[in-house]
Design a protein around this ligand. Sequence first.
Ligand SMILES: Nc1ncnc2c1ncn2[C@@H]1O[C@H](COP(=O)(O)OP(=O)(O)O)[C@@H](O)[C@H]1O
Ligand SMILES: [Mg+2]
Length: 211
Amino acid sequence: MTKGFLISFEGIDGAGKTTQLNRLIGHLQGLGYEAALLREPGGTAISEKIRELLLDARNQIEPMAEALLYAAARAQLVQEIVKPMLNDGIIILADRFIDSTIAYQGYGRGLDINQLSEINLMATGGLEPELTFLLDIPASLAAERRRGSVPDRLEKEGIEFQSRVRDGYMALAMGVDRIRVIDGTLPPEQITERIIEMVTLFLKGVDGVEN
Ligand SMILES: Nc1ncnc2c1ncn2[C@@H]1O[C@H](COP(=O)(O)OP(=O)(O)O)[C@@H](O)[C@H]1O
Ligand SMILES: [Mg+2]
């Protein structure tokens, strides 16, 4: 029996997170793993209500209020869903997690990174993903990919904001081992291959005794 794992996907909107999450979960379930998709903010009744507040383009939300709303949604998700699933041995694939707070509210909005790390810690009780894939693409390409869909409150922020968030993610990745940066401009199939390769290695390392 394996224990559960948390694998998060990060990157600006349009980077390809949802595309890759859907591919990876199909692969893992095909191998017989029990795996679940979660999205942030969201994943519980309360968190989905907070999500509506956060993404509604008509809402004006102060940066710190924004950070705390994300944290509240995350705290509920961790207690209600993530911890029980991990205890049940489920592999959780999360569409965004703690690194989004640092990238968006820190580098994007300009809030203090140390303070945001504290807030993350309070929300998660210290729970971190085992592995994080950061899909990296230029903000201009991301905007091009999203063209035609109605932008939410954060997507409506201009290219400069998205660029700061992208740079923030890369700065964060430099100091954190679990974050694997992947070139998001590659064809989707190639990205999936790389991700599966890394996840397979990771699962082998963890199941090492049995295999
Ligand atoms: N590697 C890729 N190359 C080209 N287009 C992609 C790639 N990955 C995703 N897309 C397309 O870009 C858009 C945004 O992808 P999506 O997976 O929804 O990104 P995210 O969830 O990070 O916002 C979608 O239309 C998707 O089909
Ligand atoms: Mg998505």
